[in-house]
Write a protein that binds this ligand. Structure first.
Ligand SMILES: NC(=O)C1=CN([C@@H]2O[C@H](COP(=O)(O)OP(=O)(O)OC[C@H]3O[C@@H](n4cnc5c(N)ncnc54)[C@H](OP(=O)(O)O)[C@@H]3O)[C@@H](O)[C@H]2O)C=CC1
Ligand SMILES: O=C1O[C@H](COP(=O)(O)O)[C@@H](O)[C@H](O)[C@H]1O
Length: 516
């Protein structure tokens, strides 16, 4: 394993990065731009190579043109210097190959060995599978059979979500992968774990003496996690209609964020120590015992036609490649409990959905009210204190406190003290995929999901999915461009809470003090 204490100063070790699915959407929008950003920042050593693999024929020049276009469109750095571009692009090769056909792997091995000898790469190979999950098993088996795993260096498999459709299919997939790769060689991507502010949750919690003593059920009344999107299903209707919001966002990104908020401090910052703490949280999630409990605690919804920013939006059932009678949820909200000493009795409210009014990822930690309100006589109700962690698109944190209105005798007003990281750091903030590719190349698995995390998350989610499957038509609707079904507000109202506004849509009465 790399010396993870010194990662910030490391260049990646010499390696070949294989991108299986190199003609696909993920490679174009995320992977090529991430590799280019790492190169621009000097984080990739010169002894690297990228081999793109997919069925479509491409000459090396055509492939490099694809990469160039993707960078110009999606990367935070643009290509400006031709000589610099040529030096970067010469590291890229392409192999047209049907993953299921073993014959092509002989040529792939020959190409790999010639590239390794040209750039002096010591046999380290990282296989990034930007492919449909049905192909994961076949490709890993054929990599072994085709002699791609017998070079002298390390071999790592990076795989995209979804990791299975439920616990059973995930177990089957994992068994297939384990026939070829050891657990420590498998890097399961959850790109939310690569986001700056998701990683910052750990620092905010474990590097600030005034949060940790309050971070428990004695002082926190509830926690809200929102992952809202304005987009619909775009071109991914075929995949999404089979998946739905619970599997697409809930099983992975939402529960991973919850673990970062709820985990105990690890004794050391080694990957396995952190992952041990995260899996303990997942094991402590209170399972819904009956379909009735699911109904009472989990809201599901599907968007109908609506409007956003003056634009008419179609309903989900009218989207491309979606069944016109589909009951797939495009929204869910849930009340979740973490049954351990720290969190007993504190509800975690989580929600995600497509076609909501704003794109945002935010965590709101709401603190308990003061034991008594000494200002009640002066007719002041006190707002609860909040800590808000903004993950996306705004990055930063703010705390909301009550303060005396300057100049008045007794008026109290809520005051938000904000650090806006995205305002300060802006364009230099690394994209999630940059960080994750960099970490995988350096052998740091901290921000990848371990098998027991994936399995435990599926076990929790499967109960919800099974209850829904008993009554598929029992789904609420919400107009596209709204905040989801009304039942989601009732979920909190029953407990005396409400969803706090997100993404800068704060209440008018708050005074802002910002740095950034
Ligand atoms: N796109 C995104 O934003 C995200 C995607 N993901 C996941 O990433 C993975 C890839 O997604 P995405 O890029 O959108 O998918 P695409 O459908 O756009 O791309 C799939 C790629 O797989 C290649 N491919 C398909 N079958 C074969 C085969 N038999 N042999 C060789 N290559 C093959 C295709 O190339 P060709 O047709 O030339 O063979 C293409 O390059 C999926 O698991 C998805 O769930 C996860 C999060 C976000
Ligand atoms: O994994 C996924 O994430 C995206 C949202 O990611 P973000 O980084 O833009 O917040 C979501 O649109 C997609 O459906 C899902 O598969």
């Amino acid at each position: 394993m790399a010396d993870i204490q010194n990662l910030e100063s490391l260049q990646t070790p010499g390696a070949v990065f294989f991108i299986f699915g190199a003609t696909g959407d993920l490679a174009r929008r995320k992977l090529f731009p991430a590799i280019y950003s790492l190169y621009r920042e000097g984080k990739l050593a010169e002894d690297f190579a990228v081999i793109g693999v997919a069925r479509r024929p491409r000459t090396p020049e055509e492939f490099r043109d694809d990469v160039h276009r993707s960078i110009q469109e999606f990367c935070r750095y643009k290509v400006e210097d031709t000589a610099h571009w040529t030096r970067f692009a010469e590291h890229f090769s392409y192999k047209s190959l049907d993953i299921n056909n073993i014959d092509g792997y002989v040529e792939l091995r020959e190409l790999t060995e010639s590239v390794e000898s040209r750039f002096g790469i010591p046999g380290n190979r990282m296989f990034y599978l930007a492919l449909a999950p049905e192909l994961f098993g076949s490709v890993s088996f054929n990599l072994q059979k085709g002699g791609m795993l017998s070079s002298g260096g390390w071999h790592r498999l990076v795989i995209e979500k979804p990791f299975g459709y439920d616990l059973l299919s995930a177990q089957k997939l994992n068994e297939e992968l384990n026939q070829v790769f050891k657990e420590e060689e498998i890097y399961r991507i959850d790109h939310y774990l690569g986001k700056e502010m998701v990683q910052n949750i750990e620092v905010i919690r474990f590097a600030n003496a005034f949060f940790e003593p309050l971070w428990n059920n004695k002082h926190i009344s509830n926690i809200q996690i929102t992952l809202s999107e304005t987009v619909g299903v775009e071109e991914r209707g075929g995949y999404y209609d089979h998946s739905g919001a619970l599997r697409d966002m809930g099983q992975n990104h939402m529960l991973q964020m919850l673990t970062m908020i709820a985990m105990e401090p690890p004794s050391r910052l080694y990957p396995e120590d952190i992952r041990d703490e995260k899996v303990k949280v997942l094991r402590s999630l209170r399972p819904y015992a009956t379909p009735l409990e699911v109904k009472e605690n989990v809201v599901r919804g599907q968007y109908t036609e609506g409007e956003s920013m003056g634009k008419h939006l179609p309903g989900y059932r009218q989207e491309d490649k979606v069944d016109p009678n589909s009951n797939t949820e495009t929204y869910f909200a849930a009340k979740v409990f973490v049954d351990n000493f720290r969190w007993a009795g504190v509800p975690f409210y989580i929600r995600t959905g497509k076609r909501l009014p704003v794109k945002t990822t935010e965590v709101v930690v709401e603190f308990k009210q003061m034991p008594t309100n000494v200002y009640l006589g002066q007719k002041h109700t006190l707002e609860p204190n909040l800590l808000v962690i903004r993950v996306n698109p705004m990055e930063g944190i703010y705390i909301k406190i009550n303060a005396k209105k300057p100049g008045s005798e007794s008026a109290i007003e809520p005051l938000a003290m904000e650090f806006c990281q995205s305002c300060q750091v802006g364009i230099n903030s690394p994209e999630a995929y940059e960080r994750l590719i960099y970490d995988a190349a350096n052998g740091d698995s901290t921000y990848f999901t371990r098998w027991d995390e994936v399995a435990t998350a599926w076990a929790f989610v499967d109960r919800i999915a099974a209850a829904w499957a008993q009554n598929p038509g029992d789904i609420s609707t919400y107009p596209a461009g709204s905040w989801g079904p009304e039942e989601a507000a009732e979920l909190l109202a029953k407990d005396g809470f409400h969803w706090w506004p997100v993404n800068g849509q704060e209440e008018d009465n708050v005074i802002w003090i910002s740095r950034g």
